[in-house]
Design a protein around this ligand. Structure first.
Ligand code: HGA
Length: 605
C-alpha cells in the first residue's frame, strides 16, 4: 500500500527518497512520485510505472534538492494516473503526500472550490494540500496543526512549503508514521524499513501527533497541541527487498522457505510456557476465560484454525471476527477475554482499529501474533509472539500464514497448560511433532511435480470449489483465497458437509473440486461427501494423507501427502494448496507476486 518518505538535509536527498521508495515497493503500489524544493520552487516527477522508471525520469531531468517528499500510491480515490499520483501541490506553494482516506473530502472539496482552489486530481488527498494552503500564514507547522483538526478519516501526511525551504511537517491519525533522526538532517517515513541504511534512530509518532522537522530540530506536539517528547529507539529494520535466488517468483521462494521459517519461529521453544508470549503472560492467561481473535484475509483463516485448536486442546471458548466488521459491530464485550490480533505486517489498518475498538470496550488483555517486531501492532499489544517468517514479498501470503499457525498452536498449548489441560507426556509429544515439522513440510514440498500436472488442467478453468472439514475447513478457505488472489479463478470453500445445502447445484464436469482429506476423525464423512460430488459428475482433486485409503479412480485424482500429522496437519495441508495456486497462476501468465488490484500491507481501511 501507500508509502511515504521525506527528508530535510544539507545534501541532495533524491537518492535517499528513491531508495526509501524502493524499500517500500514490496507493499504494492500503482504509481509513485517525488517532490523537491528547488531554487525557491516546488518541482516534482510522477510515474504510473515502477520506481525504477521514476528514477530514470529523474536522472534525465536532474531533479535534486535538500528538502522533499516521496510516495508510492495504492489508489483508493481516483484511478491510478499521473494526475492522481502524489505528491499533490496547492498553488505551487504546498507539496503533500498522504497515506489513508479522508472521509469528509467531498465537503472540504466543495468548501475549498468555493474559496477558489482548482482541483487537478480525483483524490481525497488533494483537499489536504489545499486546506493547508488555505490556512497558511507563514508557519507551516501551525497550518498543519489547524488543518488536521478539520480532517476525518485516517491519515499520515508529510508536507513542505515553497516559502520555508528547510522544513518538513508530518502528522498522523490512524495510519503509521515514523521520524528518522539524523545528524543535522531529519527524515520521515511510513515505515522504519524505508530509512534502513540512512538512520536507525527512530521515533514512532503516536495517534494525533504533528511533527516539525528542520535540520537541527525535531519538535512534536500531541493532539492537544502540547509539546511532547517521544522516545528515540534504535531500530535495525530489515530491507524490504530480498534476493530471489534460483526461484522465478518471490511467492515460490517463500513457499519453499517454509521449513526454515517454521524452524526459526519455533527456535526458542524447548518447552511450553506462557512466557513465550511475554513476561506478563502467566498472570493474563490465568485470568482470562475466553479468546477473541481479530484478523483479516489469510490471517483470519489462521485465526479460524486456532479456534479449533484452542477449543479442543485448552477447552476455552474462542470467537474469531473479521476485523473490518468487528470494529463497527455492536458486540458484547467480555473484559475477561484475551484479544488476539493476527497480522503479517502489524500495520493492517482494520486490525489495528479493531484492537482499539476492543480496548475501548474494556477488553484490556491483548496479544498479537505478528511478523514485524517493530510494528504498531506489537507496540500496542500487551503480549506478542513474533513469527520469524522473514520479509514476505509476494502479495499472496504463504510463509507468514504457516508461521502464524505454528505460533497459534503454541498459544493453544500454553493456554491448555495454564488451565491444567496439558500433561507432561502430551507436552513432550507436541514439542516433538513441532520440531519435526520442517522435515515433514520438506516432504510435502517434494510433491511439486505432481501438483504442476494438476495446475495445467486448472489453468483452463474459471471456477473451483474447495472442500475441507473440521480443522481443515479454514485450510480449504485459505486454498481458495490463494487461487483467487493470484490466478483470478473464482474459487469458494465449503465445509464438505454443507455441499448438499446449496453448492452442489454448481457441480458439473467443468467444476474441479479440490478436497483436503487428512486421515482424521471425519475422513469417512468426507468420503461420503466426495461421493456426492462424483454422483453429479464433478471432478475431484484430492490431497489425501497416505494412510487415508483414498485411491484414484475415474474422476478422482489423488496426490498423497505423508501419513496423518495429527493436530498439526493443517500446516502440512496448506503447502500443496499454495503450490497449486502458484503453478496455476504461472500457467495463466498472471503477475504472481503483484496480483492486480492487491497490495501487500493493507494500511488503509
Ligand atoms: N486516498 C489516497 C491514498 C491512498 C492510500 O493510502 N493507499 O494505501 C489516494 O487514493 O491517493
Amino acid at each position: 500500500m501507500c508509502g511515504i518518505v521525506g527528508a530535510v538535509a544539507q545534501r541532495n536527498i533524491t537518492p535517499i527518497l528513491l531508495e526509501g521508495l524502493k524499500r517500500l515497493e514490496y507493499r504494492g503500489y500503482d504509481s509513485c512520485g517525488v517532490a523537491l524544493h528547488v531554487d525557491g520552487k516546488l518541482q516534482r516527477s510522477r510515474s504510473t510505472s515502477r520506481v525504477t522508471e521514476l528514477q530514470a525520469q529523474i536522472d534525465q531531468t536532474g531533479l535534486a534538492g535538500f528538502t522533499g517528499i516521496a510516495h508510492t500510491r495504492w489508489a483508493t480515490h481516483g484511478v491510478p494516473s499521473s494526475a492522481n499520483a502524489h505528491p499533490h501541490f496547492s498553488r505551487e506553494r504546498i507539496a503533500l503526500v498522504h497515506n489513508g482516506i479522508i472521509e469528509n473530502h467531498e465537503e472540504l472539496r466543495t468548501e475549498l472550490s468555493t474559496a477558489g482552489y482548482i482541483f487537478e486530481s480525483q483524490t481525497d488527498t488533494e483537499v489536504i494540500a489545499h486546506l493547508i494552503d488555505h490556512l497558511y500564514h507563514g508557519d507551516l507547522f501551525e497550518a498543519v496543526q489547524q488543518a488536521v483538526k478539520r480532517l476525518s478519516g485516517a491519515f499520515a501526511i508529510a508536507v513542505f512549503c515553497r516559502d520555508e525551504p528547510h522544513r518538513v511537517v508530518g502528522a498522523r491519525l490512524g495510519s503509521p508514521l515514523i521520524v528518522g533522526v539524523g545528524k543535522g538532517e531529519n527524515f520521515i517515513a511510513s515505515d522504519a524499513m524505508a530509512l534502513a541504511g540512512t538512520t536507525d534512530q527512530i521515533i514512532y509518532l503516536e495517534e494525533g501527533d504533528v511533527v516539525d522537522l528542520q535540520l537541527q530540530k525535531c519538535w512534536i506536539v500531541d493532539n492537544q497541541g502540547k509539546s511532547v517528547q517521544r522516545e528515540i529507539r534504535t531500530v535495525h529494520a530489515h530491507s524490504g527487498a530480498a534476493e530471489l535466488g534460483p526461484y522465478r517468483h518471490y511467492m515460490q521462494k517463500e513457499i519453499f522457505e517454509q521449513p526454515r521459517a517454521i524452524a526459526d519461529t519455533l527456535e526458542n521453544v524447548t518447552n511450553i510456557m506462557p512466557e513465550l508470549f511475554g513476561d506478563k503472560a502467566y498472570g493474563i492467561f490465568k485470568e482470562i476465560d475466553s479468546v477473541l481473535i481479530l484478523a483479516c484475509g489469510t490471517s483470519y483463516y489462521a485465526g479460524l484454525t486456532a479456534k479449533y485448536w484452542i477449543e479442543s486442546i485448552a477447552k476455552i471458548p474462542v470467537n474469531v471476527e473479521i476485523a473490518s466488521e468487528y470494529r463497527y459491530r455492536d458486540s458484547v464485550p467480555n473484559p475477561k477475554s484475551l484479544v488476539v490480533t493476527i497480522s503479517q505486517s502489524g500495520e493492517t489498518a482494520d486490525t489495528l482499529a479493531a484492537l482499539k475498538h476492543a480496548r475501548n470496550q474494556g477488553m484490556l488483555h491483548t496479544l498479537t501474533v505478528c511478523n514485524v517486531a517493530t510494528s504498531a501492532m506489537v507496540r500496542e499489544c500487551e503480549l506478542a509472539y513474533i513469527t520469524h517468517a522473514g520479509v514476505e514479498v509476494g502479495v499472496a501470503s504463504t510463509k507468514a500464514f504457516t508461521t502464524q499457525l505454528a505460533a497459534l498452536f503454541l498459544l493453544a498449548l500454553s493456554l491448555a497448560q495454564i488451565k491444567g489441560r496439558l500433561n507432561d507426556e502430551q507436552e513432550a509429544g507436541h514439542i516433538k511433532a513441532m520440531r519435526h515439522l520442517p522435515v515433514a513440510i520438506s516432504a510435502v514440498l517434494a510433491l511439486e511435480p505432481q501438483i504442476i500436472a494438476w495446475a495445467e488442467q486448472f489453468a483452463a478453468k474459471e471456477n473451483a470449489l474447495f472442500l475441507g472439514r473440521g480443522l481443515h475447513y479454514p485450510i480449504a478457505m485459505e486454498g481458495a483465497l490463494k487461487l483467487k488472489e493470484i490466478s483470478y479463478i473464482h474459487a469458494e470453500a465449503y465445509p464438505a458437509g454443507e455441499l448438499k445445502h446449496g453448492p452442489l447445484a454448481l457441480v458439473t464436469k467443468e467444476m474441479p473440486v479440490v478436497t483436503v482429506a487428512p486421515n482424521d476423525t471425519l475422513i469417512e464423512k468426507l468420503k461420503s461427501n466426495m461421493q456426492e460430488v462424483r454422483a453429479r459428475g464433478g471432478e475431484l482433486y484430492v490431497f489425501a494423507d497416505a494412510d487415508s485409503h483414498i485411491t484414484a479412480s475415474e474422476g478422482i485424482h489423488v496426490i498423497r501427502l505423508p501419513e496423518h500429522y495429527g493436530l498439526l496437519s493443517p500446516i502440512l495441508h496448506t503447502i500443496p494448496l499454495q503450490l497449486l495456486a502458484y503453478h496455476t497462476a504461472l500457467a495463466r501468465g498472471t503477475d504472481v507476486d503483484k496480483p492486480r488490484n492487491l497490495a501487500k500491507s493493507v494500511t488503509v481501511e
